[in-house]
Ligand binder design. Structure first.
Ligand code: SAM
Length: 279
């Protein structure tokens, strides 16, 4: 594993423990134990676009501590969550054991690039991923190759992700929108050093260095088309499920954050679906 991925993994190990702590902060995972019908806000947002997934064999790439993964399980899918953070996967396994979801949900530790080594090829009706996932991957072309390889013929990718326009914005400003970071994928990552996370945590992080890559919307679509997938949905949204631009957003009742002023001036996230043709 190269130095960027190693630093990112240390940061995610650190974050996973903080996000899963039963301290009323982080992802507040105790809600999924207390209410066995609870679906995460992220999965609920796309429920209509997701459709009926009962009986579907799904993989959730970059599943983190498993809250969206178990939500897909609660909608009837048989889901395998994959994440390169062994701490995140341990937390996810503990959560589904406690919440009663272990029958339909399991987890593997792997880098996205190694997904077919642990999960094989052509085994999944659904690849689900997103919300702060693609920005951790250096190559959108490699990612698209993994997605295409995991899918059965006739299977589909479901991606809800922060919009690449959002990732260009300077999140340190609390009174203006300013394009600061590259829109297109660059070989050299953006580097950060930050002891905080995107949700409140009970303690500061200690593994603070991270590296991220943006991928333009055209680059994402083209990478999927180049792998033979057929685009079936691309919807841009004016909201995201976390406070991406602190000080400039208001939270909606569904857990989505939109710009407080000038809502709709820019797309903040998108939902994309693509199918692997039957032949
Ligand atoms: C923001 S979370 C996204 C998951 C989901 N949206 C959520 O919030 O629960 C990003 C996840 O990607 C994982 N990750 C980052 N780079 C990865 C890689 N190269 N391979 C596998 N997982 C990776 C991290 O460990 C983290 O759990």
């Amino acid at each position: 594993m190269d130095e960027h991925l190693a630093a990112n993994r240390a940061n995610w190990d650190d974050r996973a423990a903080a996000h899963a702590a039963r301290d009323g902060l982080g992802y507040r995972v105790e809600r999924y134990v207390a209410d066995r019908d609870r679906i995460s806000d992220v999965v609920a947002f796309d429920r209509e676009r997701l459709g009926d997934i009962r009986g579907v064999r799904a993989v959730h790439l970059q599943c983190h501590i498993g809250t969206d993964t178990l939500s897909l399980g609660r909608l009837g899918a048989r889901v395998t969550g994959l994440d390169f953070s062994s701490v995140a996967v341990a937390e996810a396994r503990a959560l589904v054991a406690e919440s009663g979801d272990a029958g339909s949900v399991d987890f593997v530790v792997s880098d996205v690039d190694g997904a077919t080594t642990v999960l094989g090829t052509g085994g999944f009706d659904l690849v689900y991923t997103g919300i702060g996932a693609l920005c951790w991957l250096p190559s959108i072309e490699r990612w698209a190759g993994v997605v295409a390889a995991l899918l059965k013929p006739g299977g589909r990718l479901f991606l809800r992700e922060g919009h690449p326009i959002l990732w260009t914005m300077d999140e340190t400003l609390d009174d203006d929108l300013h394009l600061r970071h590259p829109y297109f994928e660059q070989e050299t990552p953006l580097s950060w050093d930050d002891a905080s996370s995107y949700v409140a945590t009970g303690r500061p992080l200690t593994a603070t260095k991270t590296y991220e890559w943006n991928h333009g919307l055209g680059e994402i679509v083209t990478a999927l088309l180049d792998r033979g997938l057929v685009l079936t949905m691309l919807v841009e949204h004016d909201s995201v499920p976390w406070e991406a631009l602190p000080g400039q957003m208001t939270e909606r009742p569904d857990g989505e954050f939109a710009l407080a002023e000038r809502a709709g001036v820019a797309p903040l996230s998108f939902t994309l679906q693509a199918e692997k043709p039957l032949r």
